[in-house]
Design a protein around this ligand. Structure first.
Ligand SMILES: Cc1cc2nc3c(=O)[nH]c(=O)nc-3n(C[C@H](O)[C@H](O)[C@H](O)COP(=O)(O)O)c2cc1C
Length: 242
């Protein structure tokens, strides 16, 4: 396995960090790697917020589903899909741009998330761990106010970074499904009940498939946080539909 593949397979989410700060040189390398990611039309349709204020980290820990490790992370980056700056660029040239639509938002989200993943990979190459925080997409009112987000700016991805503790390095990476369960040739193929059960074989711990799936469904799909994420998205999206 070559070095890049090994690094991709070795990476796992890190949620406990040592006290060691992230050097300015490492932070710059991580940010520059993010900007080197592919980008639609090379427009770089995002703005990265580098959260260095401890009070803001504390509030993010609270607003993002009460996850205290966010406040302890030496580096916190938020990748915002940014259609606002694009409007400003057009207006600066004397143009009259239309209101950005949901397609513009989606393109900017793709740009932002791809850049974020480059940051993850760059950090891994520097022995710095990271973890995505999906809950940045919730609590739209609180997040907007905390980060002074203008219209047409959507916080698409948040990442916390730091040097992993020994126990985090030893932690087993969650297992993935088999390739054949995720890849369809040429066209989408809906799985049969039998194929679904085979796919989850060995992935449900001591539980049966039905018990495991019901618990997961309650914890994730039917959870307050997932409903809140959709409510917040609707608020952001409304702007893009006006
Ligand atoms: C979009 C996204 C949102 C996530 N949000 C959280 C989060 O809020 N809190 C957390 O502890 N982990 C979060 N994670 C990390 C996942 O739990 C983790 O990637 C998954 O369990 C697979 O483990 P691995 O990253 O160690 O391979 C998130 C990951 C992604 C991609």
């Amino acid at each position: 396995m070559n070095e890049i593949l090994k690094s991709l397979h070795d990476r796992k989410s890190v949620r406990v960090f040592t006290e060691e700060p992230i050097s300015d040189a490492d932070k710059t390398q991580i940010l520059e790697a993010a900007l080197a990611a592919p980008s639609a039309g090379c427009q770089l349709l995002y703005t990265i917020l580098d959260i260095t204020d401890q009070a803001k980290k504390d509030q993010l820990a609270d607003l993002c589903d009460h996850q205290p490790f966010i406040a302890k992370a030496p580096m916190v980056l938020i990748f915002c899909a940014d259609c606002q700056k694009w409007l400003s660029f057009y207006q600066e040239a004397g143009l009259t741009p239309r209101t950005p639509g949901s397609g513009d938002l989606l393109l900017a989200v793709e740009d932002a998330v791809i850049a974020a993943q480059n940051a993850v990979t760059a950090a891994q190459s520097l022995a710095i761990g990271s973890c995505y925080i999906g809950d940045i997409m919730e609590n739209v009112e609180g997040i907007r106010s905390l980060l002074a987000l203008p219209s047409y700016v959507y916080p698409a991805a948040m990442l916390v970074f730091g040097h992993p503790t020994a126990s985090q390095l030893e932690r087993k990476k969650p297992e993935r499904f088999a390739l054949s369960d995720l890849v369809c040739e040429n066209a989408y193929q809906k799985k049969s009940g039998e194929e679904i059960r085979r796919m989850f074989n060995g992935h449900t711990g001591a539980k049966t498939y039905d018990d495991w799936m019901e618990a997961f469904w309650k914890r994730k799909y039917e959870s307050d946080f997932s409903r809140e994420m959709s409510r917040s998205m609707d608020v952001y999206l409304k702007e893009f539909q006006e």
